[in-house]
Write a protein that binds this ligand. Structure first.
Ligand code: AMP
Length: 287
């Protein structure tokens, strides 16, 4: 596996790559969720490039950029075992130089859900992914459904800015007890981890309600609130039932809804969601 540190190394690697290229953008500290994206990329393309970059411009001034977990040696071994061909690990200086003035952002949808408390977050995500697309020219890029708002915004970016990239969305990989895998789980104490499970308990209650025929958002959110209240250490930042098209709240769920939850346990912020799929009369749930 090649380890590429500079833009010129990446461009040279890309010029030499033959066949279909898949890109897996990440912030590193790999877990089974990342590995699932890499294996999906492996199946979808001839050549797999993974980027590992803790992107400073998607963190707010008071957020956890400094304590975000990092371990390049471990990541290198895991990516190599997953059949990755090249790992791109640029420095912030390499990506942004001394100053940066050009951004991709979503003035409406980027300010909903997570955007309410993280005002520049999606602008940072959109900008770095657009740069990676322009550097790597992938045919395919894989993203996790776990970061639901992120992948929905990126699908729009691809459509509206005419990137010639197919976005593949991978299911959320979970611990056996339901907790969504996240690099930030490494920051949780054993006691925090138990509180963090409240998010999954809420979403699981939503799933049961929907499978039982409930379609009213208020009733579903009520069920979820009761479950999540059993985890007093979980500070729910939002729990919203939205349309995946607009990210706006809906009163009645249909086959294109998302129930998105963000919460804090101690100083660690966690996200999870549920998507409804299928036809109108026959709603399927992806959790
Ligand atoms: P991150 O390194 O957290 O920025 O995530 C990199 C990619 O992995 C994003 O597309 C995430 O949505 C995806 N990802 C993170 N956690 C999971 C998970 N538990 N299951 C599936 N994909 C995930």
């Amino acid at each position: 596996m090649d380890v590429l540190r500079t833009i010129s190394e990446l461009r040279a690697w890309r010029r030499a790559a033959r066949g279909k290229v898949a890109l897996v953008p990440t912030m590193g500290y790999f877990h089974e969720g990342h590995l699932c994206l890499m294996r999906t990329a492996r199946r979808a393309a001839d050549v797999v490039l993974v980027s590992s970059f803790v992107n400073p411009i998607q963190f707010g001034p008071t957020e956890d950029l400094a304590r975000y977990p990092r371990d390049l040696e471990r990541d290198r071994a895991l990516a190599s075992d997953a059949g990755v061909d090249a790992l791109f690990v640029p420095s912030a200086e390499e990506m942004y130089g001394q100053s940066h003035e050009t951004f991709v952002y979503w003035p409406t949808m980027g300010n909903l859900l997570c955007g309410r408390t993280r005002p520049d977050h999606f602008r940072g995500v959109g900008t770095v992914v657009a740069k990676l697309f322009n550097l790597a020219f992938p045919h395919v890029a894989t993203f996790g459904r776990k970061d639901g708002q992120q992948v929905l915004l990126l699908e729009r970016m691809v459509r509206e800015l005419n990137f010639d990239v197919e976005i593949v969305v991978c299911p959320t990989v979970r611990e056996p007890d339901g907790l969504a895998l996240s690099s930030r789980n490494a920051l949780l104490s054993a006691a925090d981890r138990i509180q963090a499970l409240g998010i999954y308990a809420g979403l699981d209650a939503a799933r049961a309600a929907i499978l039982g025929g409930e379609r009213r958002s208020a009733a579903i959110r009520n069920e979820m609130a009761q479950l999540m209240a059993k985890s007093p250490g979980l500070g729910v930042e939002y729990c919203e039932v939205v349309s995946r098209e607009s990210l706006r709240a809906v009163d009645i769920i249909d086959h294109c809804s998302m129930i998105a939850v963000a919460g804090r346990v101690g100083t660690t912020r966690l996200l999870d969601n549920l998507w409804t799929m299928g036809a109108d009369g026959d709603i399927r749930i992806e959790l």
